[in-house]
Design a protein. Structure first.
Length: 567
């Protein structure tokens, strides 16, 4: 047998080629398995992330969970979700990876400038190897941690952009990949559904809270609470539910149809009392426009700076009419501090509905109070008639009989005792007559007396006069009613004679005490008048255990406040 020596190298070459092919196939298979395993692992991680962001109904917690899940999915050191406001700027910024100490050093949160603004404007994913190299980059503020790699993905809710996911600094030092982008986009889709569910839940809960507050205020008012206290309750409840820092209620000066100004009657919020009695012009002001056209407004700031000269700084505002249809009793103003997040349209709608319902409840309470006062007056008249027609007549008869017996008495001791009893009986009759007179003297007559006094003193003066009276004036004793008339007469007279004022506001309120508040916009009361003409008012306050003060207003004019405790 002859061996073919030339064929052996070919066979060895073939075997080597076959071996290399098997090794190559094994390597390819290994890589495929790695890819499959990696893909499977990433899909599992994505599903876990989707489950995590979909498990809650609290919107703030859901947003934070989305940021954490996205950062973990792509191994990002820093993550954030910027919520886009109605002005297409970032209204809220939820972040992870930066501690609070560093956050405090950085300063204000981003609003959407630079690269962040590109993602907002273009509404599509953006991957960068180096943030600083992008043409839109504006750099980082002082104390900001260094960031290089970047991935931004929009988050949509019902086809509209809700916000943007921002991820930076991949932990392995590499740039974000196309796979990273695909995974984050998938998470963003699930996040949109989770956000929608959380928003629906938040909306339902907010509406329930507003409705409960409306019911509580209505119950308080119909239960007999004084309308003055009710206004404070309306303001404080609205501020709490709308997450406002301040709440004010401004009422018209004079009649609604002819008024040219509103005056701040109720203040809620830290330091807000400095704005009490502040005048707001109808023309040119946001509050004035709302008062005239009865339309609620959501604005970034008020047209007229309500806080000028006070140190307070106001930003976003809701301005709401207190009333509906063709009548507005006043304006409810809800404010946040400057730089705060704007109110959303849902808050505007709910607050406007609340203000309308509260105004209706106030009107019903005033009608109920007026009816109650009429019932009290009717009872007083009936009691007075009964005392006069029956009790006094019977006492007279008894007195006449005792006088007849006294004349026939022969015992001096008995006669003296009878005479003493007859005198006491006359005193009782006189006291009953006084009581009858007091029963006919009601709070309506005091209101009428005070209004008549003010009209008498201000007639033909050109003064714009606002008179407000609140509380159960029927509880005021006759002596205090006399003081009230004297105080109003003296205060208004001084304004007319000395202040050179254009406007005058007189407020009489009754709660635990009687308070008379007289404000004008004049040049002030001369010192000689303050020493002489007003000393009597100070004496009246001291005798009744009350207080008296006269002070210059920051905005010009004078304020006189007189009070007396009630039994």
């Amino acid at each position: 047998m002859v061996e073919d020596v030339g064929a052996q190298p070919n066979r060895v070459t073939a075997e080597l080629a076959h071996l290399q092919l098997r090794e190559l196939l094994a390597e390819v298979q290994g890589r495929i398995e790695q890819i499959v395993d990696g893909t499977r692992g990433r899909m599992d991680a994505l599903l876990d992330a989707v489950m995590a962001v979909s498990s809650g109904l609290e919107l703030d917690a859901t947003l934070r969970e989305i940021v954490c899940a996205a950062s973990e999915l792509v191994s990002a050191r820093y993550g954030a979700l910027g919520v886009v406001g109605s002005d297409e700027k970032l209204a809220e910024f939820v972040y992870e990876g930066i501690d609070e100490a560093t956050r405090g050093l950085i300063g204000p949160l981003p609003t959407g400038h630079g690269v962040l603004g590109v993602v907002i404007d273009e509404a599509k994913p953006l991957r960068l190897r180096d943030i600083a190299a992008h043409p839109a980059s504006v750099g980082f503020p002082a104390n900001h941690p260094p960031m290089r790699t970047f991935l931004g993905v929009p988050v949509q809710v019902r086809g509209e952009v809700f916000g943007r996911l921002y991820l930076t600094e991949k932990l392995d030092g590499q740039q974000f990949t196309e796979d990273d982008e695909v995974v984050v986009r998938a998470l963003a889709g699930a996040a949109g559904i989770a956000i929608e569910n959380a928003r629906l839940y938040q909306h339902a809960r907010r509406r329930e809270q507003w409705q409960r507050a409306t019911a509580d205020i209505t119950a308080e008012l119909l239960g007999g609470v004084d309308p003055g206290k009710a206004l404070h309750l309306v303001a404080s409840s609205a501020a709490l539910l709308a997450e406002a820092d301040f709440a004010f209620i401004a009422l018209p000066v004079g009649d609604e149809e002819d008024t040219a100004e509103l005056v701040v009657a109720v203040c809620e919020g830290a330091g807000s009392e400095v704005l009490s009695e502040r005048v707001i012009p109808i023309d040119g002001s946001t509050s004035g426009r709302t008062f005239v056209d009865h339309e609620p407004r959501n604005v970034s700031r008020l047209a007229v700076n309500l806080a000028e000269g006070t140190g307070l700084e106001f930003g976003p505002a809701l301005v709401l009419p207190l009333g509906g249809g063709e009548s507005t009793a006043g304006v409810l103003i809800l404010l946040r501090t400057v730089g705060s997040v704007a109110f959303d349209e849902e808050q505007l709608d709910m607050a406007a509905s609340f203000a309308g319902q509260a105004a209706l409840a106030l009107e019903q309470a005033e009608v109920r109070l007026a009816k109650h006062e009429l019932d009290v007056l009717a009872d007083r008249d009936r009691i007075a008639r009964d005392l006069h027609d029956h009790v006094i007549q019977r006492l007279f008869a008894v007195g006449l009989a005792m006088q007849s017996t006294h004349r026939r008495s022969v015992d001096p001791t008995v006669a003296a005792r009878l005479a003493d009893h007859i005198d006491q009986l006359h005193e009782v009759i006189q006291e009953i007559r006084t009581a009858i007179f007091d029963l006919h003297t009601n709070d309506e007559s005091l209101r009428a007396t005070l209004r008549s006094t003010i009209n008498e003193l201000t007639a033909d003066t050109g003064l714009r006069v606002s008179v407000r009276m609140s509380g159960p004036l029927d509880v005021i004793p006759a002596s205090t009613s006399g003081d009230a008339e004297a105080v109003v007469r003296e205060a208004v007279s001084n304004v007319v004679r000395h202040a050179r004022a254009r406007e005058l506001s007189v407020t009489v309120s009754v709660d635990d005490e009687l308070v008379i508040d007289v404000v004008d916009d004049g040049i002030g009361i001369p010192e000689v008048v303050a020493r002489s003409g007003l000393s009597g008012l100070a004496n009246r306050a001291a005798e009744s255990g009350g207080t008296f003060s006269v002070s210059a207003m920051d905005t010009g004019g004078t304020r006189l406040v007189w009070s007396a405790p009630l039994p």
